[in-house]
Design a protein around this ligand. Structure first.
Ligand code: FES
Length: 101
């Protein structure tokens, strides 16, 4: 009648790519959580000192989870949900400005 939440979550996964590496994640979770569950760390390096960073607040405040998603730079991984075929590139160093359309 009822299924454990872990069993339900494990039954629904999508494929996404992080720096070309395939990982699987539940489409109901945020990208930051998917990256942490896949053992991706650090997620970025700071522009000035090159210090490693990983998601901290998980609510859009600290900006320690910035990644490139499907060609769009400086996306907060904690503020977007995982989607099938998502292509994530980890950011290292200074932020890049997006090209003008
Ligand atoms: S983890 Fe803090 S803004 Fe994403």
């Amino acid at each position: 009648m009822f299924k454990p939440m872990a069993e339900v979550a494990a039954s629904r996964t999508v494929d996404l790519y992080v720096d070309g590496r395939l990982i699987q994640a539940n489409p109901d979770q945020t990208l930051a959580l998917a990256l942490m569950e896949a053992g991706v760390s650090p997620i970025r390096h700071t522009a000035v000192s090159g210090a490693p960073r990983a998601p901290l607040c998980l609510m859009g405040v600290c900006f320690d989870c910035l990644v490139q998603v499907d060609g769009r730079a400086n996306v907060q991984a904690c503020m977007v949900k995982v989607s099938a075929g998502m292509r994530v590139v980890l950011q290292h160093g200074a932020r890049a400005l997006e090209p003008q359309a």
